[in-house]
Design a protein around this ligand. Sequence first.
Ligand SMILES: Cc1ncc(C[n+]2csc(CCOP(=O)(O)OP(=O)(O)O)c2C)c(N)n1
Length: 632
Amino acid sequence: MSLLTGITSPADLKRLRRDQLPLLARDIRERMIECCSVTGGHIGASLGVVELAVALLYEFDSPRDRIVWDVGHQAYAWKLLTGRNDTFPTLRQSGGVSGFLKRSESEHDQFGAGHAGTGVSAALGMATARDLKGESHQVVAVVGDGALTCGLSYEGMNNAGHSDRDIIIVLNDNGMSISPNVGGIARMLGSIVANPKTNALREQIKHLTFALGGVFGEGVVDFAKNLEESAKNLFSRGMLFEELGLRYFGPIDGHDLNKLCDTLGFVRGLTGHRLVHVITEKGKGFAFAEANREKWHGLAAYDPETGEPRKKASGPPTWTQVFGDAITALAAAHPEMVAVTAAMPSGTGTNLFQKKWPDRFFDVGIAEGHAVTFAAGLATQGIRPVVAIYSTFLQRAYDNVIHDVAVQHLPVIFAMDRAGLVGEDGQTHMGLYDIAYMLAVPGMTVTAPRDGEELIGLLKTALAHHAGPFCTRYPRDKAPAEPRAVAEIPAVPYGTWEQLRSGSEIGILAVGTMVAPALRAAELLAADGVDCAVVNCRFLKPMDDGLLEALTQRHRILVTVEEGTVVNGFGAYLAETLQTTHPEVRVVALGVPDRLIEQAPRGDQLQAFGLTADGIARRIAALRHEESLEAR
Ligand SMILES: Cc1ncc(C[n+]2csc(CCOP(=O)(O)OP(=O)(O)O)c2C)c(N)n1
C-alpha cells in the first residue's frame, strides 16, 4: 500500500520514521504524475519540490507555523500531504482543487497567490502580526530563484533584512524560471552552487569567530569578524544575502531528505532573519520532465508512458503563435523594432522572435514593471519596443505604463496575451481588467483584433503610430483561422471600426473575441425576426466617431459585448461618451460580471457569462422584450 494513502494531515506524516520519507516522496511523485496526466498542470515545477514539501511539514508545525509558498504553482506535494490527496484528481477542474494555493481551500494554505514575488512580503507581514499579537510560531517563505528576479522580493528582503524579526526564507533554486533563469542574480546563485567549498570555508570561519570570542574577548572577535567578512567577499562574491542582513545557510541538496530535515530542524532552532538555499531539479523523478524542463514546467494532459500530449494540436494556430510569427516577420522591415518579455518567452510567443533576432530580444525576468520602464527608455532613443506580457501580469506594471510611458507619449507597443477568461488557471490569472485599466490611460490607443489577420494588421498600424503608446489584446485560445502571410495583410486604418452587418433595430458593438459570436447571434435573432447591426469595434480608443454617429442615428439601443469586466469596460466608456451627446441612446454592456471568476474550461466560462452566440442572442431578445413592454 502507498504510504501516501495513509496521510490525511501533517500529523500522519510526522508519525513516519525518517527512513520512510524517501518512499513517501516516491509515492507522491507517482500520484502527481498520474493525476496531472489527466488534468494537466504545473507538474515539472511541483516534482522538483517533493522532498522540500515533505521536510517542511516534517520539521515545522503547519498550520501553527505559517509556511508561505511564492506563486503556489509548485505546491502539489504540499496539497497531497495536507488533506487533499483524495480530491487531487479534480485539480484545475470546475469546483475542484485549485492549481495554486488558496486560503479558502485549506488551513495550510497561508497565502493565496498565482503571481510571483509575493512570498517574502506576505511572510514578513505574518511575522510582524505574530509579534504584535505576542505569539511565537515560525514563519517561512518558500521562494523560487525565478521569484528573485522580481523587485518585490527585494522590497520584502530589504524590509526584513535589518529588523530582528524571526523569519525564514527557503530559496528553492532550480536554475529555472519557466525558461532558464536570467540576469545577475541567477549568475550569482550559479556561482554559489558551483563553489560549495567556499561556503564550507565561510561557515568554518564563522564558527571560529564564535569560539575565539569565548576565549579572547571582543578585540579578537572584531578581528575574526573582519576576517569572515573578507573571506565572504573574496570567496562568494559579496554574498548579497548576508549583506541584506540574512543569515545564509547552504547550498544544500533539495532531494536529500536527511540533509533537508537536519538543516531545516537546525535553522528552526535559531532566531532572526535566515535564508536556506536549497538546490532542486525541476521535473525530478520523471524522465520526460527532466529532459525538457521548460516544456514540462506546466502543460496540458499527457500520456504518462510516452510523454506525448493527449490532445494533438490541430486546426488553426494559437493567437500566441500568430503574434510570435507576426513580430518575427515584421522585424525584417523594421530594424528599429525589438521584443521584450518578462520571463515568458514561450508563453508569449516571443521565443519565435528570439530565434530569428536574438540581439533584439530581451527577457528581463519576472519584472513586469521594469520591462515597461526599460521599454520606455528604449523608446526615448527611437527604438520601437513590443512588450509582450499577459494581461494579468501587466497589472503589476500599471504605474510604469502611466508614469513612464503615457505621460511621456512614448510609442511603446503592448501585446497583452491571455486577455479575457483564461480557464483552468482561475482567479489569479484572469485577463479581465486590461480593457478597463488601459482605457483609463490618457493617450493610450486600445485595440482588440477579431482574428489573426486583424492582429497582424493592428501590429502594422501600431508600428506606424508614433504619437504615443498602443496596446492590443487577444485570448488564451486558438485564433479563428490560419492567417495569410504577414506581407499580404494591410494595416488597419487607425481609429476605424468595421460594420459587418446592418440592421434596423439594435446595434451590437462587439470587441475582439466577441465579434464572431455577435455575428452569429445576429443571425439567430434575424431568424426570429429581430434585425440587428453588428460592428467590429477593433479600436476601443479612439472610437470611430463617424460610424458611431451613424449608429446613433439608426439605433436607440446599442449593446456592447466584450470579454472583460463590465466595470469601466468598453460599454461603460461608450455610455459615458454618449451620455451628453446622445442621451436618447441606451447603452447596454455585456461582459463579465464584477466578481472573482473560478477555474473552469474557458468555453464553460464564456457560456456561464452569456458570451456565446446563444447567450448574446438571448440577452438581446430579453432586452427587446423589456423595451417593448416599456413602450406599451
Ligand atoms: C508576476 C508574474 N509574472 C509571471 C508569472 C508566470 N510564471 C509562473 S511560474 C514562473 C516561474 C517561477 O520561477 P520560480 O520562482 O523559480 O519557481 P519554479 O517554477 O522554478 O519553481 C513564472 C514566470 C507569474 N506567475 N507571476
